[in-house]
Design a protein around this ligand. Structure first.
Ligand code: I3S
Length: 129
């Protein structure tokens, strides 16, 4: 089933292309495997698509009808700078309650800062709920 957030596109806070790697699953360390991903921040979720949507700027979700590759619940998640976890610049580190950890990276400093702000705002909002 599609994540519930897909029912409510008005909740989209941010979307865009990022380099992503999962580094832990349920607390178990994984080998890094960086890849480009279309990432959508909406509701309480961060949703990953393999491909960006077609050029239409109004299309902030993945390609029409396409299913996300994966999605994580940000409630209770921890967000930190990932500088100690990668040689890349502009890396964010997210750890979710079940112990899944991701690195998100952008070569574009301004874009990376915008993701940092947006993720922090969503996680803080969820903490207050
Ligand atoms: O944290 P690490 O192990 O230095 O991460 C690097 C490795 O995953 C490397 O692949 P190998 O596992 O085949 O050595 C990747 O190519 C690098 O990109 C990883 O480091 P960065 O600094 O890019 O996150």
């Amino acid at each position: 089933p599609l994540p519930q957030v897909l029912d409510d596109p008005h909740e989209v806070e941010k979307s865009g292309l990022l380099n992503v790697t999962k580094i832990a699953q349920g607390g178990r360390k994984l080998r890094k495997n960086w890849s480009s991903s279309w990432v959508v921040l909406a509701g309480n979720s961060l949703v990953f698509y393999r491909e960006p949507p077609p050029a239409a700027p109004s299309s902030i979700w993945g390609p029409a009808g396409s299913r996300p590759e994966s999605s994580v619940d940000l409630r209770g998640a921890a967000l930190a700078h990932g500088r100690h976890l990668s040689s890349r610049r502009n890396v964010l580190h997210i750890r979710t309650v079940p112990g899944h950890e991701f690195l998100l990276q952008s070569d574009q400093e301004i874009e990376w800062r915008a993701w940092h702000r947006a993720l922090r705002a969503v996680i803080e909002r969820l903490d207050r709920e």
